[in-house]
Design a protein around this ligand. Structure first.
Ligand code: AR6
Length: 178
């Protein structure tokens, strides 16, 4: 499912964030140390190889809401933008910190003249953020940022499974529809 808003396409698909060869950048749901982990971080680091962790080491630690950029190493993408999402119930205010992840990632993408960027659903796995709330915050933030974008033309959300896709489709409609 996709929508177009001010010449920027926002789409949701089910899939694997580590298998998006048509995207210039993919976003990592990182840990503060920019090391491999479970979920998204595990998938990206496995596919990228050890060079991703090596490049991340001098950039760590990062804070909740922050984003940093590295190369894609063995991934099919030129860049990885690493965001540290808030741990739900611990890093507060969660909604602002989650919005900061999307804002800061898109800001970096814009600065690097990246035209296509794929996000996972940050914080909704190990970090426990309820997915419906996270999806609504993600799209609200994207909608706010789009008017300032000149280079980014495609923003893709890559969701793990059909339930996650359904939640995101509904939130996308709610945010951009009507
Ligand atoms: N592609 C797309 N989405 C995925 C994939 C994948 N390959 N794998 C999982 N998801 P998480 P967080 C979904 O835990 O909550 C890590 O271990 C998953 O179902 O990756 O921000 C790090 O090291 C969920 O909806 O990220 C950190 O310590 C969403 O992606 C911590 O976990 C995010 O799940 C970050 O936790």
């Amino acid at each position: 499912m996709k929508i177009e808003f001010l010449k920027v396409t926002v789409e949701c698909i089910a899939g694997d964030i580590a298998a998006q060869p048509d995207m210039a950048a993919v976003v990592n749901a990182a840990n503060a140390q920019l090391k491999t982990g479970g979920g998204v971080a595990g998938a990206l680091h496995r596919a990228a190889g050890s060079g991703l962790e090596e490049e991340g080491r001098p950039l760590a630690p990062i804070k909740p809401g922050q984003a940093v950029i590295t190369g894609g190493h063995n991934l099919p993408n030129r860049y990885v933008i690493h965001c540290l999402g808030p741990v739900y119930g611990i890093d507060k205010p969660e909604d602002k910190l989650l919005a900061d992840c999307y804002k800061n990632a898109l800001k970096i993408a814009e600065e690097k003249r990246i035209d296509s960027i794929a996000f996972p659903s940050i914080s909704t796995g190990a970090f426990g953020y309820p997915m419906k709330d996270a999806a609504e915050m993600a799209f609200k933030t994207v909608k706010e940022v789009i008017p300032a974008l000149n280079n980014v033309k495609l923003i893709r959300f890559v969701l793990h499974g059909s339930e996650a896709l359904g939640i995101h489709k509904e939130a996308l409609n709610k945010t951009f529809g009507g």
